[in-house]
Design a protein around this ligand. Structure first.
Ligand SMILES: Cc1ncc(COP(=O)(O)O)c(C=O)c1O
Length: 395
């Protein structure tokens, strides 16, 4: 293990955190332990394990040394006591919520959350007798009013996907604590480079590590990070639900995180420039980016974030046809539903992510025909902005 008593700065932690200094076979990189099962020398060794005298792994669904190194790297980056990895971000969300909630209890989910997290509340939790109240992200009175004696968790992203609302984390914590409610923040869009929610008293942080942490659009993973007691309970649940990350994927994640700080610095800077360019453009009606002074949560974002992330959302001035024409004239970004990787990705949420909803239902959650979510990669910012300018001229 790296010396965890010595706190390094974030980019050093991204490279060295969580990994053994001396590894099997004197390898520099953490080996991929590609096995489903771990064996015992004799029955005495089994007994040592069962009785808890020896900490080790017996079966791949409960853990893996490559996965553990990746988990500890994220633990250090987030400043958590412990953490777990899952097969996807959604698996982290669903396993965590199922571990923390029981029949007859109640959850508050802010309604600008990732569509599948909302659907999990609407379609799954409710079906299993767990009531859910959805509340608009900026409406603190509505949040306060939603607490009930049986409320156990308050779940939100910050910034949210795709409108980049930023929640006042200390305020949420102050509302939740007297009600004995745990605050869970999906910090995928911020990453520990820009925001560390646990420092504000948040109970658990979730990431879709598929995005910035992996960083190369080549893996699926999720993480939950927080105090050891809570994480241990969720770990037991993960062992039942079975969403453990594969060792090869854990290796890819370790490799991706090594360049995490470099990528985030570039993506923050490019997104800020892009947001400023778009804000001044006559073919753009509105820009959603917390780094802009015009953003309604800019002051909160400045208080609790050290950068504003690599996603810029905006409404093109024109209708659906003009917006799709704009997308089709972009030459650098790929069209697709993800974000956070080295390749820029553009998505038209109304068609790519919200196609299951009627237009009226979409508009109700603020997904306009003209809304674009642009996730910047690590390409040269000049190329991205030039490309945007040319595509907007076609609108
Ligand atoms: C904020 C947020 N949370 C969770 C998820 C789900 O992550 P995954 O796709 O890794 O399951 C996503 C996916 O886009 C997301 O944007």
């Amino acid at each position: 293990m790296s010396d965890r008593s010595q706190k390094n700065r974030l980019s050093t932690t991204a490279v060295h955190g969580g990994e053994e200094r001396v590894k099997a076979g004197h390898s520099l990189t953490t080996p991929i332990v590609q096995t489903s099962t771990y064996t015992f020398r004799d029955s005495a060794e089994v007994d040592d394990f069962i009785s808890g005298r020896v900490q080790r792994i017996d079966y791949g669904r409960y853990g893996n040394p490559t996965q553990r190194a990746a988990e500890l790297k994220l633990v250090e980056l987030e400043g958590a006591e412990d953490g777990l990895l899952f097969a996807s971000g959604m698996n982290a969300v669903t396993t965590t919520l199922l571990a923390m909630l029981s029949h007859g209890q109640h959850a508050i989910i802010l309604d600008d959350c990732y569509r599948k997290t909302r659907q999990f509340g609407e379609k799954v939790l409710k079906r299993y007798g767990i009531d859910v109240t959805f509340v608009p992200p900026g409406d603190y009175e509505a949040i306060e009013g939603a607490f009930r004696p049986n409320t156990r968790v308050l779940v939100t992203e910050s910034p949210t996907n795709p409108h980049l609302n930023v929640l006042d984390l200390p305020r949420l914590v102050a509302m939740a604590k007297p009600n004995l409610v745990k605050v869970i923040i999906d910090s995928t869009f911020a990453t520990p480079y820009n925001q560390r929610p646990l420092e504000f008293g948040v109970d658990l942080v979730i990431h879709s590590a598929t995005k910035y942490l992996g960083g190369h659009n080549d893996l699926m993973a999720g993480a939950v990070l927080g105090p050891a007691g809570l994480i241990s309970a969720i770990k037991d649940f993960r062992g039942i639900m079975g969403g453990t990350i594969d060792p090869h994927c854990a290796y890819l994640l370790i490799r991706g995180v090594k360049t995490f700080a470099l990528r985030m610095a570039r993506q923050n800077a490019t997104a800020q420039r892009m947001a400023e360019f778009l804000e001044g453009h006559p073919k753009v009606r509105r820009v959603y980016y917390p780094g802009l002074k015009s953003h309604p949560h800019h002051d909160v974002a400045r208080e609790q974030m050290s950068g504003f992330g690599g996603v810029v959302s905006f409404d093109v001035a024109g209708g659906l046809a003009q917006t799709l024409k704009f997308v089709d004239h972009l030459r650098v970004p790929y069209i697709g539903p993800s974000l956070g990787g080295v390749e820029s990705m553009v998505s038209h949420p109304a068609t790519v992510s919200y196609y299951e909803l009627s237009r009226e239902e979409r508009l109700e959650v603020g997904i306009l025909d003209e809304l674009i979510r642009y996730a910047v990669g690590v390409e040269d910012p000049e190329d991205l902005i030039e490309d945007l300018g040319k595509a907007l001229e076609k609108v």
